[in-house]
Ligand binder design. Sequence first.
Ligand code: THU
Length: 161
Amino acid sequence: MTSEIIIKYHEITDFGLLSDSERILMDKAIKISKSAYAPYSQFYVGVAMILENNEIIIGNNQENASFPCGVCAERVALSTANTNYPNIKIKTVAITATSKNFNLLEPVGPCGLCRQVLIESESRQNYNIELLLFNDNKVVKFASAKDLLPFYFNETKLKRT
Ligand code: THU
């Protein structure tokens, strides 16, 4: 049997179609990307997420001379949200990146580790997290982090049936 997975997403190039709250989130993601600590990659990622209590949590990537110790912007922001507001749902996450060394022609998607961590946050809050991946000329909108990671691993795999 052959199956297929269809992933739905919206591409928005007319920024006039974005809501005020989306624009605020995107502005905050851009602003925080500028203070990312990324001396090794010179790749600056910014994340802003809005919670159901309208609190906005930000994060940027934090690198280390010992490369694997670095943490992505998404996980910095998710840890901040889940530490300070463990019982408040995350509604929307805006992600953006710039590089000193090359032009990013398409919005950057979160790495595999961050996709897995986003999905854990969705599971624990039992509520889908909307993602806005964007650059200067395009926003790509997903209704759930699970859309970015088919066949993801989750807690149900750890339970005896
Ligand atoms: N990075 C993020 O912050 N988020 C991602 O989803 C992709 C990669 C960071 C990690 C590292 O500091 C730099 O970007 C280059 O990989």
